[in-house]
Design a protein around this ligand. Sequence first.
Ligand SMILES: [Ca+2]
Length: 403
Amino acid sequence: MLRPGCRPRPLPAALAALSLAVLAACGGGNDDAPAVAAASTPAARPLVIAHRGASGYLPEHTLEAYAKAIEMGADFIEPDLVSTKDGVLIARHEPMLDATTDVAERPEFASRRRTLKVDGIDTTAFFASDFTLAEIRTLRAKQAFAERDPSHNGRYQVPTFEEVIALAKSRSAALGRTIGVYPETKHPTWHEEQGLPLEDRLLAALAAAGWTSADAPVFIQSFEQANLKKLRAKTRVRLVQLVDADDVDPRTGAITYAAPYDRPYDWTKSGRSGSFGDLLTPAGLDEVRTYADAIGPWKRYLVTVKATLDAGGNPVDVNADGQVNEADFRAVADDTIVRNAHARGLKVHTWTFRNEPRRLAASYANDPAKEYAQFFAIGVDGVFSDFPDTAVAARDAWVAAQK
Ligand SMILES: [Ca+2]
């Protein structure tokens, strides 16, 4: 899924003047214990959704990364879906292949690089929609994050959605437990503009697997809204409205919005105003419940981060590492959205959980389990993690502690 992960984010204007390198939103921390607001009803056993597979360890969206996630105990594996030129759904985080494959090193494909508008933004890249599946098969996956182990680069292929489903089914049978799939339609409006709409092929693949009902081990997620409404008319499989944002202003903890992460792209296309956060108000949740079964808000909507401020009102580099990022911030929870969602019968699955110290708020004292526990305590029903072993251990410990 999940578009942002830890994408480079522009700084809020008032912070750009800081002499320190400021990386908001993707880290965290202070020395305070995690704060929890009012009590809500925690899930009995929150789901662990392996974000792009065990992507903290192996190149994302490969059968090897999904298999490792299953080995680690994940309940769901999470393929993002894009289309090839010949209309096959493959697992990639983006239609742009540059960051997660070796395509740029293949001279035979050099002429394919071109500029297209993606959700209104000029983007120069190698697009999956310009490659047949046979051509995609010749590529090899690579680790998307510079800070993670590159030793598996160049070894694994890009899988089709059908292969991901087959893996989930074969491992479920072998292990005697159900492993679900949690596909995301990536840029559905853009795919439609390319003449390669995703939705019917996604439903056909699920139907071929026998997965057409609300109790199928499937959640379909999207940041856009119109495609989910269309899907609701065609399937009872559970649907998830993802809710993005641009960043957090660490001086206040307030969510910030900037294009293209400010609203579902289909709203921009159709002229609907507003921002993603509107979907999480009581009125927004009333709308979401008409077509979806769950919401998937960025985790900062539920637990925000706040900086320690100096006399000038600027964030302090608390751990004195020369950078101001999440590792300097306090994590502050508020269960209002979770309670309002639950009151409407909507589950809450949030993202993305990562082990790297710079991505952990200071409140967690470098222990990712403390972050999971804070979210479980406010009632989230599922977490997307790049490190499913850590997430499963934290979940199991948390569940055991509730008894
Ligand atoms: Ca710091």
